[in-house]
Design a protein around this ligand. Structure first.
Ligand code: TGC
Ligand code: FAD
Length: 387
């Protein structure tokens, strides 16, 4: 198995390597044995959520005083990589919990909100969702229609969010809505609030082991104390996305290397024309190009992790690695599938499942093309995505 062609391990701390081994072992023991069946049956293995909490996979970068791990950003990336080696759905659940729910509560929440929610989110006792996308507003969340209207002692919330990871199983949701002045605000909706429902989205061909759904708000009373006090404007949700996109760039490496190694092993064992298919030049071209691209992606993720640890990573740098690394993983999945021939389409191997999952990963957290345009904007100063 090849996962470190450039001796990147030498740049990791002992603690980071230990955490990687423990998440890797957990994925091997808990995810791999159940994940094909869950995908085939289109079921989400919810029991893994609590176990991920016990493992420390939630909020690794949140300070220990709030139940988090207090670890650095590279550790967070490594955790995402090892989870996504198992399945993107498992990494998705952990990214949402850590980057899209714990991060905004920690960064923008009151002390009371931090203490109330963060320790329970860290252990998996509470599961969170993040509501930004709406039926009519995906790439352009600034045009959202979900609204809060101030009343005496509470806000009235109306609207709906779509394509929300963890929605059907969430206990709380961090939701972004516009106030009467048209300013984007963040709030925490709790399951059980009257008028708040979370219908599940079914019949997906991608992320089939992930719980996806809607967040529907029909005159929901949100207590004033559930508004995130320390943020207003679209930059609030966008800052959360920076954290999640960074984690996804690492996660994609897990899926990509799993496909590459599966193809390498198979091609060494499978014989045609009396020799291993790995012996044909065209197979070697595929393997060589896959490893080159994966190694480049690995180095990009590591460097942005170093910058993030120094609070120097820019949103555009994060956007670039999300786009590059997910596309790399998807291309690797497609090439690996070819190397396995017909066997590549079966559930006996992980490749087709990773490929189908990555079709969502390349769309969520900003589509591939939106990220291209973010880089274009950064280079030219001209936002091509605006009319
Ligand atoms: P624009 O006018 O450019 O910016 C509005 C305000 O936001 C600030 N900002 C950012 N701040 C921090 N980090 C970023 N990445 C930021 N991007 C923008 C900006 O500085 C400005 O601040 P201020 O103070 O001047 O007001 O915004 P725009 O409306 O023109 O849109 C820009 C665009 C298209 C790049 C952005 O909207 C975008 O990235 N769209 C993609 C939407 C997206 O990524 N949605 C993801 C939903 S969550 C999800 O998919 C979870 S999947 C989870 C899983 O299962 O793993
Ligand atoms: P659209 O915005 O309608 O885009 C359609 C096409 O048009 C795309 O190819 C896009 O690149 C292109 N396009 C759009 N605007 C431009 C432009 N200006 N220039 C060029 N091309 C453009 N959202 C959440 O809030 N929370 C979640 O937890 C969450 N989980 C998700 C889980 C899954 C499985 C999926 C599939 C999605 C999830 N999303 C979530 C939603 C996701 O973020 C959106 O799907 C994504 O942002 C794209 O929005 P859209 O699907 O509405 O596509």
């Amino acid at each position: 198995m090849i996962t470190d062609y450039f001796n990147i391990d030498e740049l990791l701390t002992e603690e980071q390597k230990l955490i990687r081994e423990s998440v890797r072992a957990w994925t091997d023991k808990k995810v791999i044995p159940v994940i094909d069946k869950a995908n085939q049956k289109h079921e989400h293995p919810d029991f893994l959520l609590k176990e991920m909490g016990e493992l420390g996979a939630f909020g690794s970068f949140i300070p220990e005083k709030y139940g988090g791990g207090g670890f650095d950003q590279i550790t967070y990336g490594i955790i995402m990589q090892e989870l996504e080696r198992g399945d993107s759905a498992i990494r998705s659940a952990a990214s949402v919990q850590s980057s899209l729910v714990m991060y905004p509560i920690y960064e923008f929440g009151s002390e009371k909100q931090r203490q109330k929610y963060l320790p329970k989110l860290a252990t998996g006792e509470l599961i969170g969702a993040f509501g930004l996308t709406e039926p009519n507003h995906g790439s352009d969340p600034g045009s959202m229609e979900t609204k809060i209207i101030k009343k005496k002692g509470y806000y009235l919330l109306n609207g709906s969010k779509m394509w929300i990871t963890n929605a059907p199983v969430c206990d709380i949701a961090v939701v972004w809505a516009k106030d009467e002045q048209g300013t984007v605000r963040g709030l925490i909706a709790e399951r059980g609030f009257k008028g708040f429902t979370t219908p599940e989205t079914k019949r997906k061909w991608s992320l089939r082991a992930s719980a996806t759904g809607e967040l529907v708000f029909d005159n929901v009373k949100i207590p004033e104390e559930n508004i995130l006090p320390n943020i207003s404007g679209l930059k609030g949700p966008m800052m959360c996305l920076n954290s999640a996109r960074y984690g996804i760039a690492w996660g994609a490496l897990g899926a990509g290397f799993d496909c590459f190694n599966t193809a390498l092993k198979y091609s060494l064992e499978r014989k045609q024309f009396n020799k291993p298919v790995a012996g044909f030049q065209l197979t070697q071209k595929k393997l060589a190009e896959m490893l080159t691209e994966l190694t480049a992606a690995q180095l990009m993720a590591l460097r942005v992790g170093q910058l993030k640890n120094e609070n120097k990573a820019t949103p555009a740098q994060i956007s670039m690695i999300k786009r590059n690394n997910v596309l790399t993983a998807l291309k690797v999945a497609r090439e690996s599938r070819q190397i396995l021939g017909a066997m590549g389409i079966t559930g006996d191997f992980s490749i087709m499942r990773h490929m189908m999952n990555l079709e969502s990963v390349i769309t969520y957290e900003g589509t591939h093309d939106i990220h291209l345009l973010i880089t274009g904007y950064d280079i030219t100063g001209i936002p091509a995505f605006k009319g």
